[in-house]
Ligand binder design. Structure first.
Ligand SMILES: *Cc1c(COP(=O)(O)O)cnc(C)c1O
Length: 391
């Protein structure tokens, strides 16, 4: 037995390459914004989650710098030991006030918030119903919890109800988990109907507002606000890392839920608290979003303009159904998606190819920003003309 125990890695990489699934990183230079410098060249940015253009905002930068001067770079420990600062609590209160929930808790990332929440609220005697298109963090949170997991077809309420009728009596607790804006598709979960089903079958409902926070609803509070479901019993997870331009995650919900999570969520208890700089930047972002509704208006004007222009002028492009700033162009396979993405890059447009295993079918994913100007959207539409016949 003298075979190299690591030799399989080379074979695995070879397989990834053959399927056109190989991925690598590309460096962005300078501050993020509607345009960025990518591989030494300025491109219009349709690849970022910075929907409101806050990640490069002077006020967030100033808040992060001032707080770093005052509190240092690291928080030095977990929240329950040496890591807690008054600033963390201020941020949690600001989130709860914005979402109109009794309380909130911040995590070091949205991914950790999902792992922690799911693993804390269900266990071996329970089951989870999970939308087929859910984000990786929801899926892995479900596995970590040890509960039985059943996937239901994407947004299929009939299938979900059938599963509830069959399975609900066999388990102690039930948790339904779903993205509220689906991250790689751009469509929404049917929240009011999910809340009704949860109520009917005595289930908890957890929604992942990563792409809704700062984006959906009149004040950007998310899909709860968008659907008029504010105040209904719900576990709302979100991120500080997308429209809020910082880094971190949160859970908003009842006072009891948050109190319980402070005692039982392992990915909160056993990890270092959010850095002072990230905390201050997120807090500054929430204040800006609430005080400057014009950012949200601009974002949605851009989204509406782009969708309408594609439908009218490029009718052969296959768009996935979307009710958010995430717009996906369907392509027949991974290779076409890569070719299209590189063609767009040549035309000065940064828009990633999203391929299996992230999604079942290959696509180009465009994220619209509030800070895109008319000429940016026009350049995109021009660059899409030769792609019309590929999709
Ligand atoms: C990005 C994302 C997360 C993870 O959030 P981070 O703060 O980046 O860790 C979780 N869920 C969904 C749906 C996401 O898109």
């Amino acid at each position: 037995m003298s075979t190299d125990p690591y030799a399989w890695i080379d074979d695995a990489l070879e397989t990834i390459h053959r399927a056109d699934w190989y991925r690598s990183v590309h460096a962005i230079e300078g501050r993020p914004g509607a345009t960025v410098v990518l591989d030494g060249r300025e491109v219009i940015n349709f690849a970022s989650n910075d929907y409101l253009g806050l990640a490069g905002d002077e006020r967030l930068i100033a808040a992060a710098v001032a707080t770093t001067q005052k509190f240092g770079t690291g928080s030095t420990g977990s929240r329950l030991l040496s890591g807690h600062r008054e600033l963390h609590r201020e941020l949690e209160i600001a989130i709860a006030s914005w979402k109109q929930t009794a309380d909130a808790i911040v995590f070091s990332s949205g991914y950790l918030a999902n792992l922690g929440a799911i693993a804390a609220v269900v266990g071996k005697r329970d089951f989870i119903l999970s939308d087929q298109y859910n984000h990786s963090s929801l899926k892995n949170g479900a596995i970590l919890s040890g509960a039985a997991i059943l996937e239901y077809p994407h947004c299929d309420l009939v299938a979900l109800k059938t599963l509830l009728i069959q399975q609900r009596p066999k388990y102690r607790r039930c948790l339904i988990i779903t993205d509220s804006v689906f991250s790689m598709d751009g469509d929404l979960c049917p929240l009011p109907a999910l809340l009704d089903l949860a109520d009917e079958f005595s289930c908890m409902l957890l929604i992942d507002e990563a792409h809704s926070t700062g984006v959906m609803g009149k004040t950007g509070a998310g899909c709860g606000e968008y659907f008029g479901c504010t105040g209904r019993p719900l576990i709302q997870i979100g991120t500080l890392s997308k429209a809020l331009g910082s880094l971190g995650g949160y859970i908003a919900g009842s006072a009891d839920l948050i109190d319980f999570l402070r005692n039982r969520a392992p990915s909160w208890i056993y990890t270092t608290a959010l850095s002072p700089a990230d905390t201050a930047a997120a807090l500054a972002a929430i204040n800006i979003v609430r005080q400057e509704p014009q950012r949200l208006t601009k974002l949605w004007n851009n989204v509406d303009f782009l969708k309408k222009s594609i439908w009218e002028n490029l009718p052969n492009l296959k768009l996935l159904p979307s009710q958010s700033p995430i717009i996906c162009l369907q392509l027949p396979n991974a290779k076409q998606a890569l070719i299209t993405s590189s063609h767009l890059k040549t035309s000065g447009i940064f828009a990633p190819a999203i391929r299996p295993p992230t999604v079942p079918t290959s696509r180009i994913r465009l994220s619209v920003m509030a800070t895109h100007e008319a000429q940016h959207l026009q350049s995109l539409l021009t660059a899409l003309i030769p792609i019309e016949n590929l999709s």
